[in-house]
Write a protein that binds this ligand. Structure first.
Ligand SMILES: Nc1nc2c(ncn2[C@@H]2O[C@H](COP(=O)(O)OP(=O)(O)OP(=O)(O)O)[C@@H](O)[C@H]2O)c(=O)[nH]1
Ligand SMILES: [Mg+2]
Length: 233
């Protein structure tokens, strides 16, 4: 099974890949970790690393680009090496760049995902809980997850990271929405309805990559993604 780990800068993607892979190894699974971030050396044992083929700092010099342009160009150049970055294992964890838009909103990012995907491929969208301060920020996280799913045509799960330092009461936040008034409140209510309407069962899974908590619940949810629509065995 292939899992793309996606999320905004600093949300904990690389730490998650490192620690969740250890968690899976301890369960007895064969795991492969792959670095798809042309800007960062992996902090985990990478079985394949895009930086062996394309490095953003070289692209900046060679193409005279700024950091964001070079990142997009690196992903485009990296596409040629997609076959070398494709690994087989019970679980293959792909770490992606901090600039989420590189993978979500560029055609090259989508092509990368297509080339590396197999029959059972999902994305985990990481959201930093220290940034979830109110109902609005919670719902915008949920909607970003929906966007990731739509853009990549993959089932997704949101995992809220850093619960060891921030543990907001999400249910209470959502309840607050119905007490508000005005246009924004109406919009938020509709978003809640939309989330309830989607067939993807949504639950807030909170993890700590530092303490390795919440991984068991996330692991079950990942497997449920496919058990619901087919037999993974
Ligand atoms: N307290 C706490 N810190 C975390 C957690 N996950 C990651 N961090 C810290 O958050 C910082 C960013 O983590 P990374 O794993 O580098 O995040 P990233 O999403 O890969 O970052 P970019 O690749 O730069 O976008 C590091 O200092 C991590 O130690 C967590 O669950 N709890
Ligand atoms: Mg990273």
């Amino acid at each position: 099974m292939e899992i793309f780990v996606i999320g905004s800068a600093g949300s904990g993607k690389s730490t998650f890949v490192k620690n969740f892979s250890e968690f899976l190894w301890e369960k007895g699974y064969k795991v492969s970790c792959v670095n798809l971030d042309p800007a960062s050396d992996p902090i985990f044992d990478a079985e394949a690393n895009i930086r062996d083929y394309v490095r953003v700092e070289d692209v900046m010099v060679n193409y005279g680009l700024g950091v964001n342009g070079a990142l997009l160009k690196s992903v485009e150049l990296g596409l040629k090496f997609a076959e070398k970055l494709k690994k087989e294992a019970d679980y293959v964890l792909y770490d992606t760049p901090g600039q989420m838009e590189v993978f979500i909103f560029s055609e090259e990012g989508r092509k990368f995902v297509e080339k590396l995907s197999g029959s059972f491929t999902a994305a985990i969208f990481l959201m930093d809980l220290t940034l979830v301060r109110d109902a609005e920020s919670f719902l915008s996280a949920v909607l970003q997850d929906v966007i990731v799913s739509l853009r990549l045509s993959l089932p997704t799960l949101t995992a809220f990271t850093k619960v060891d330092v921030a543990d907001p009461d999400i249910n209470a936040m959502v309840d607050e929405i119905f007490k508000k008034e005005g246009v924004l409140a109406e919009l938020l209510e509709k978003i809640v309805e939309f989330i309830e309407y989607t067939t993807i069962p949504y639950r807030a899974i909170k993890v700590s990559n530092i303490k390795k908590t919440g991984y068991e619940e996330l692991f079950s949810a990942i497997n449920e993604l496919f058990c619901a629509c087919g037999d993974i065995s």
